[in-house]
Design a protein around this ligand. Structure first.
Ligand code: XIL
Length: 398
């Protein structure tokens, strides 16, 4: 998903950073002062313009800004982190109206052996949600990745249908009535696999053909009639040619499902984007969302984070600023879409982001400094992204 060759993106990054860096350095000099300058500018001027509140809880929380605009806001987290990390627990209870398990409800973790289901982590997340008024989203029932280790030796063309149906019946049945939505099928499109329908040549497709998708949705609907059923995918956010093609294939898939009355309620746009995303990247996404809405479906931002691998600077304040600007630009665009109902970031704080690897251009440091992709930093403090989210929510007309 790295877009090093996108000239628009490169230009946006260098312009944005040149401007912010110059201002910060001009006033305060380098090092620590630069970090403080950027943070102060951010809070008081650049992004949080009206600075209506420095308070980040209660009326200043993300959920207080999202709720009145008809949005749920949340993060991926594991139940285990909520009980062992008081700072994360506080952020989640202060800020969020929805959560999703980062891993524990996927098929692999959920299914340690063919005849064994592991519901503990999901149950704990639901119990925490009940105790604190936070909805829970299920992720996911059918995916090519994070399958159980036994999958390849056990699944055959003869038993795969039963396996998928049993899994969905048991898992969606177990959580019946307790979840806001389920990602029924995750990431089933991969245009580069070369099929005319754009579907990924993954394990479920190899075993069952494209029919695995309607089968999964129909089974989920039967198992939990009231939970929202979602198709979730990545690489559909920008106007890069790869994303343009993938959006078209996802749209085709969803259109086909609607045409054959396959139950689906929402499309999840994962939103793993890179710092430097700019509104010039938004036209295709806007159109895509309009088409989804016209089919009567909701849109969820399901896994947002902002990868800083394209940022040349190694100054954390400049990186935070670029990440914050990207949150603001991306979410401002999403806020204009009436069908948008959920915004979830993939992780609570930078201490637990799944993003790693990848070097920043011109980077000399070894190893690569940790990513800073989320609204809270590794010290559990709000980042520019936090304020950018809050401000974006405020732009939504209700
Ligand atoms: C990621 C988790 O964050 C990691 O901890 C895990 O090792 C791999 O999966 N798209 C998805 C998520 O739908 O399930 C992935 O989560 C990130 C990409």
């Amino acid at each position: 998903m790295t877009r090093t060759n996108n000239p628009t993106r490169r230009k946006f990054i260098s312009n944005g950073l040149a401007a912010s860096g110059a201002l910060a350095l001009g006033v305060f000099g380098g090092g620590f002062a630069t970090a403080r300058a950027a943070r102060t500018r951010f809070r008081e001027g650049l992004v949080d313009e009206d600075s209506e509140s420095r308070e980040i809880t209660g009326p200043g929380s993300l959920k207080a800004h999202a709720g009145p605009r008809g949005l749920l806001v949340g993060a991926a987290v594991e139940a285990q982190l909520l009980t062992t990390n008081a700072a994360v627990e506080k952020i989640v209870t202060d800020q969020y109206s929805i959560m999703v398990a980062e891993n524990s409800m996927k098929v692999g973790p959920m299914r340690p052996a063919p005849d064994k289901f592991s519901f503990e982590a999901g149950d704990a997340l639901v119990a925490f949600g009940d105790a604190h008024g936070i909805k829970v989203r299920g992720h996911n029932l059918c995916w090519h990745a994070q399958l159980p280790t036994w999958f390849n030796s056990v699944a055959t063309k003869d038993n795969a249908q039963q396996l998928l149906v049993d899994h969905i019946r048991t898992v969606a049945g177990h959580f019946k009535g307790k979840l806001q939505s389920w990602d029924v099928v995750n990431e089933a499109v991969q245009v580069s696999d070369g099929r005319p329908d754009g579907l990924r040549n993954g394990p479920w497709l190899k075993l069952l053909g494209p029919e695995f998708i309607p089968l999964a949705f129909r089974t989920a609907r039967e198992a939990d009639p009231n939970v929202l059923l979602t198709y979730n995918d990545y690489g559909i956010e920008t106007d890069h040619p790869d994303d343009v093609k993938k959006r078209a294939a996802v749209l085709e898939l969803v259109r086909g499902m609607k045409a054959s009355n396959v139950p689906i309620d929402a499309v999840g746009i994962q939103s793993h984007i890179h710092a430097g995303w700019s509104t010039s990247d938004g036209n295709g996404l806007r159109e895509f969302m309009r088409s989804i809405r016209e089919m009567g479906l909701k849109i969820f931002v399901t896994e947002m984070d902002v990868n800083d691998d394209q940022i040349k600077s190694e100054d954390p304040a400049e990186i935070d600023l670029a990440v914050g600007k990207t949150y603001r630009e991306y979410l401002d665009l999403m806020m204009q879409e009436p069908a948008l109902a959920v915004v979830i970031t993939w992780g609570v704080t930078d201490a637990h982001t799944w993003l790693g690897g990848g070097r920043r251009p011109n980077q000399t440091q070894q190893p690569r400094p940790p990513q800073r992709p989320l609204p809270f930093d590794a010290q559990n403090q709000p980042t520019e992204a936090f304020y950018a989210m809050r401000q974006s929510f405020d732009t939504r007309s209700v």
